[in-house]
Each structure stands twice: as C-alpha cells, then as structure tokens.
Design a protein around this ligand. Structure first.
Ligand SMILES: Cc1cc2nc3c(=O)[nH]c(=O)nc-3n(C[C@H](O)[C@H](O)[C@H](O)COP(=O)(O)OP(=O)(O)OC[C@H]3O[C@@H](n4cnc5c(N)ncnc54)[C@H](O)[C@@H]3O)c2cc1C
Length: 643
C-alpha cells in the first residue's frame, strides 16, 4: 500500500541549479530574524482562511488525518464567535441536555479536569467534555504517514519530555510525576540502535532537545550560515567553540560568553527572582544587566520562541529563569535525556482518554495498545456513561442563569454540524484559552474580562515532512539543522528523531529508509511590540496556502540539502501542516505580576466566579502537559461542591 502524497510537481520546476542562480534571495544577511520594515509591510495583509483543500492540505492517514492543527471548520466557528454571529440569540437550539459538569476543551487541561472528576464524582453524576476538533488532545495530537508500507507517526505540536521522578503519595503530588503514577505510564522506553559503523551520528529523541544549551551536544546538529553563494555548514559548532563557523571573532566571543554563562545570580527565594526578573525581558537581562553582546539574545530567540512563542525581546526574564537559559541557570546535565512518544504528547492525551473511557482506544490497558491502538469514536459519547466526550462541538455561549453569586445552573450553547444545541450544567470548567473565553463567557465580572484581555498568544506551525530516505542528512553528517534565516527563507530548524519503538510499531533508523523530518516553526519579529508580533505571525500563518507552504518548505530543503543530493521528487513522500493559531500564551515582562503586589491576570482568572472555573495551560506561563492537567484539576475542585 502506498498511501502517500507526492509534492505537487515542484520537482519539475525547481532544481538546485535554479536555486543557486537566484530562485532564493538574500544570502549572507542576518544571523537570525528578519527586518522590522519588511514585517511592518506584511502586517497590512488580512489573513485569508478558506476551509478548502488548498488551505488545509494533506492530512496523512489514520485516525488523525482529518484533524491536523486547527481545522478550517473550528477556525470558521471561532471567527463567527469573534465577529458576533454565533450565540444564544440565533434561534432555538435543536437539542437540550442536562449534565452535572460540563468541561469545555479536550486538551491536557480538560482531560486533567475530567480525570479528577472521575475520581471524585458521586454515584450518578454526569459529565460531558466538549471539543471543537474532530479528535481530542488539543495541541497534543499526532500525524500518521504510510510511506510505501512503513507506518510513521509524528507529533502535531507538544512532543517531548524528561522522565519524572517517582512519587510515594499521589494525592500530594502534582504535575508530570502525579500523572505518571496515576495513569501507570512506564519510565523505560526502547529506541532504535544506531550502528556507529555507519557514521557516528547522534540523534535527538524529540523535536526540541537539540535547541537546548547543554543538550544540543547529544545531537549531530548542523548550523547553516548564509555565506558566499552556497552557504556554509558548521557541524557541532558548540563543541568546536564556533571555530568552524564564518562568524567574525567578536561575534564568536560574544556568543561563547553567553553560551558558557551559568547561574550568575543567586536568589534567596523564587518570589525575589520573580519580582526582579519579571520587570524585564530576557534580552534586557542579558544586555543591560549582564553587559553581554547582542548575539546571545538572538540565538536564544530560537529556543524561547520554540518554548513560549516569541523571542528574547518580549519574553520575561523570569520565564527564562524557569528554563535552562544562560546567565540564569547552569546548563542541564548532558545525561538528561529527552524522550518523545511516537506522536509526541499525544501519548499522554491517549493515556488520559483510555482511563476515562476504556473502550475509546482499541486493545488492552497497556502502553503498547494505548500508543498504537485505533480510536473507537463510537465509544466516546454514549448515553449513560459517566464521562462523555463530544467532538466537533464549539461552545459559543456560556453564562449563569441569573446572578452568578446565587445562580443554580449555567447555560451552554454549542454548535455542531451547523446547528445550535443547549446544555444545562451545575458547574463548568473552561479548559480553553482567553482568546476564546473572552468572547464566549457572557457574564464575566469586569475584573476577569480585563484580565482575559491581557493574554497574548503567538501562533506556531509544525510541518512534518515524510521522507522516503534521509541520505542527504547522512551525507552531511547531521540529524538536525538550524539555519541562519534570511529574507525568503522558511522556518529556522528541523530534525529527525530516533523514533521510539512501541510493540508492533517499529519505525526504522536507516538513511535508506523512510523517516519524518519535522520543522518546528515559530513566528517572531524582533524589535516590534508584542501585539504586532502576534498579529503578524497569525497573518502569515493563516494567509499562506498549503501549496505555497509546500513550495517554501521544498525550496528551503533544496537550499539546505540540495548540494548533499536532496531531490524532492524522490525523497519527499508527503507534507502535513499543523497550524496553531494561538499556540502559546507569551509570558511577557509583567505576565507573572511584575514587581507589584497586585494579582497577576492569571491569578484573577484562576479565581473563577459563580459556577464557572478556568483551567488552561496558558495560566502557567510555560505551557507543559503536567501543569496543564493540574490547572484543569484545580478548576474542577473549584466547582466540585456546586455540582
Ligand atoms: C508547537 C508546540 C510544542 C509544544 N511542545 C511541548 C512539549 O514538548 N511538552 C509539553 O509538555 N508541552 C508542549 N507544548 C505545550 C502544550 O500546549 C501543552 O503541553 C498542552 O498540550 C496544552 O493543553 P491545554 O489543554 O492547556 O490546551 P489546548 O491543547 O489548547 O486544548 C484546548 C482545547 O480546547 C479547544 N477549544 C477551544 N475553543 C473551544 C470552544 N469554543 N469549544 C470547544 N472547544 C474549544 C481547543 O481546540 C483545544 O482542543 C507545546 C505546544 C506547542 C504549540
């Protein structure tokens, strides 16, 4: 079976020769980032989103093929809400149901709320979880390819993890360790062996670790610099102390200074750190407080934008403190290994769902079946089961009946299949982000409405490229690439993982065999205000057609890998785009409350009101799966007594 999608004819009109002769432009420009003037021009463009094949593109095979990134349908519904053309005023609902608890949002936070409800529910209590996509998981979903009979799975978004420690008491634990214990997630995993007889290549086990200072050395990373006509590769540049790069000596010294700086300041408490660091950006911390050159902050942009949406100019130094960033932390030990399930954190979402609705994933309640089994969609939303999960359902209006302080129930209106439906609930968990909550929660107190308006969300694109082989990477001696982005380029980084082996899912690790090359692509425009950066990013993400992205990706691959023998027609089997319009809540300076004593916006939202509580990863500042589930769990406990 050859269920793959060839790139659409690109090979016929772009060759390496065309490329070198001028299809691509702007060699030798900036190390990272583009020009503010160019971006300001782009800002005038209006995002065009049409729910057709040309925008959404190929989705791969398997259960996730119809849900990669934000679907056009989910976005169209969201835009109707934003434009005020959805809601309870639009005619009578075609159905009405009553539940004790309604959870809105089927990502890690919503699943965390549902798991806690499952444990604490009283006999007979009912719960409905709504999500606006065709499959659960939110940003923790997967793509699947079939390349000439080889099954390949890759993450759509959230993808990697460190293995947490054991806990002795689940109830007092939180975050990742708690859910490992609660869901019985194993701590030992199998990866493909790599024989060094071939070439001593090192592989990242996720799509993230190769960007992290200290862990980058565990991967064979090539940095591509725009230099001369063809560009220059510098492999393992940090191990070589940048001696193999075309950077001038001053830039090298400045970058090495930054890279080599450990925890320069010791804070007596986390609160002391927050009060000072949250008043400045990481860039200000490095350059103003530490007197470092500009190169460190520019390089840090890559890592920060991959972790929290935008670069060092608009990310709080306190967020950088919580990450292993130079100047604020020592590098992690190189022995700390990142891991990734075949579909990234989809593996966690599937563990939650298996626990909530055992028949939802075929097979037994064991790791192998949970990770590789098929979804049984019919089992998700059966009448009478304690927790029902309803997909393709967009909540458009949520409000108390009467005054929130003494209301007896909440009315929820949602849209499904073009029709409006009504729910009554005694309690509601909004496991959705502020970008939508501020439109759909209709009776917000002013404090909450103001706080919701203070979040800023950056978009993100994960492009998974199925390859029939990766001989061109092998020839270059790399498994991950980071490039010196210049005008006209696509993305910043890409890599292939050493794929986890799970039961019958045994993907190869051989340059002559298929693999998935993942481009994790943020949108950041250094120097512009945060509001402009996120609008520009979304405009670019949403206004680019699938065919256009396909071209950009292939051109970028020709630029990087053409000289090493990359041939799109033979090497690319299919490309899936996963577009996330509001991927990350950006922890800008002040996000955590800054130096003041007033509650941060996230703490106001965490208070909830009446019978409605809020729990989403955006409240954490650094979005991560365990804390996301904790936010959902906390929100559930706030409404528990009301249901
Ligand atoms: C590219 C990328 C990489 C990441 N990498 C990692 C990683 O390696 N490790 C990690 O731990 N985390 C990572 N994250 C962070 C990730 O966001 C969190 O770990 C977690 O998955 C977020 O869960 P959530 O439930 O808070 O939000 P979401 O995943 O956003 O879930 C919210 C759900 O609510 C739905 N929804 C929205 N509006 C409505 C409505 N009106 N009606 C019904 N449903 C609605 C949404 O569509 C979505 O399905 C990454 C994120 C991105 C974008």
């Amino acid at each position: 079976m050859a269920s793959m999608k060839r790139v659409s004819g690109l090979d016929t009109h772009i060759t390496r020769r065309d490329f070198v002769n001028g299809v691509a432009i702007g060699f030798g420009a900036l190390l990272l980032g583009g020009t503010a003037a160019g971006h300001a021009q782009q800002a005038a463009r209006t995002p065009v989103v049409s729910p057709d094949e040309d925008w959404y593109g190929y989705g791969g095979v398997g259960d996730y093929r119809l849900s990669h990134g934000n679907t056009p349908q989910a976005m169209a519904e969201a835009h109707r809400i934003r434009d005020g053309i959805s809601g309870s005023g639009l005619g009578d609902p075609v159905s009405t149901e009553e539940y004790d608890l309604v959870i809105i949002g089927g990502g890690m936070a919503g699943l965390g709320a549902a798991l806690e409800h499952m444990k604490q529910r009283r006999e007979g209590q009912s719960c409905l979880l709504l999500d606006n996509h065709p499959i659960f998981g939110g940003e923790s979903k997967e793509n699947e390819f079939n390349v000439n009979g080889t099954r390949l799975i890759g993450p759509q978004g959230a993808n990697g993890f460190f293995i947490p420690g054991e806990v002795s008491d689940i109830e007092s634990a939180s975050g990742d360790p708690r859910y490992y214990a609660e869901l019985g997630i194993p701590r030992e995993f199998e990866y493909r062996g790599w024989t060094a007889q071939k070439k001593p290549l090192r592989f990242c086990q996720d799509n993230y670790g190769y960007l992290v200072r200290g862990l980058q050395e565990n991967t064979s990373v090539g940095h591509f610099f725009n230099h001369g006509n063809e560009g220059v590769w510098a492999n393992d540049m940090w191990q070589q102390e940048l001696a193999n790069t075309p950077l001038d000596p001053k830039a090298r010294r400045s970058l090495l200074d930054w890279y080599g700086t450990g925890a320069n300041i010791h804070f007596v408490s986390d609160d002391q750190a927050r009060k000072w660091l949250d008043t400045m950006s990481y860039k200000e911390f490095l350059e103003r407080e530490q007197g470092m050159g500009a190169e460190g902050a520019k390089y840090a942009d890559l890592f920060l934008a991959a972790s929290c949406g935008l670069g060092s100019d608009v990310t709080s130094a306190y967020a950088a403190y919580q990450l292993p960033m130079p100047g604020l932390n020592d590098p992690p030990s190189p022995s700390s290994k990142r891991n990734s399930f075949p579909g990234g954190n989809s593996g966690y979402a599937r563990h939650f769902v298996k626990k909530l609705i055992p028949e939802a994933i075929t097979g037994e309640d064991k790791f192998e079946d949970i990770i590789t089994g098929r979804i049984n969609f019919n089992a998700l939303d059966r009448p009478g089961q304690p927790i029902r999960l309803r997909l393709d359902s967009t909540a458009v209006s949520v409000s108390h009946v009467g005054n929130p302080a003494d209301s007896e129930r909440v009315e929820i209106v949602y849209r499904r299949g073009g029709k409006q439906h009504r729910l009554w609930a005694k309690g509601v968990v909004m496991a959705t982000g502020s970008w939508i909550n501020r439109y759909i929660v209709k009776d917000l107190p002013e404090s909450h409405a103001t706080a919701l308006g203070k979040f800023r969300h950056a978009p993100f694109l994960v492009a998974n490229v199925a390859l029939t082989n990766w001989r061109f990477l092998y020839k270059l001696g790399i498994t991950a690439a980071i490039w010196d982005r210049t005008e006209g380029d696509f993305g910043y980084t890409c890599n292939i993982r050493n794929p986890m082996q799970v039961g019958s899912y045994q993907p190869p690790l051989d340059p002559n065999q298929p693999t998935v090359l993942s481009f994790y692509t943020p949108f950041y425009y250094p120097g512009l205000p945060i509001e402009q950066q996120v609008i520009l990013g979304r405009a670019e993400l949403l206004s680019t057609s699938y065919a256009n992205y396909e071209q950009k990706i292939i051109r970028q691959m020709i630029k990087l890998f053409g000289a090493a023998g990359f041939e799109p027609a033979k090497d690319v089997a299919g490309i899936i785009l996963n577009r996330w319009g509001h991927a990350y809540s950006v922890p800008y300076p002040g996000f955590y409350g800054g130096a003041g004593d007033d509650p941060a916006p996230r703490d106001i939202i965490r208070q909830g009101y009446g019978r409605i509580a809020f729990g989403h990863s955006e409240l954490d500042g650094l979005q991560h799966w365990g804390p996301a589930a904790d936010e959902g769990r906390r929100a559930y406990t706030q409404v528990k007594d009301a249901i």
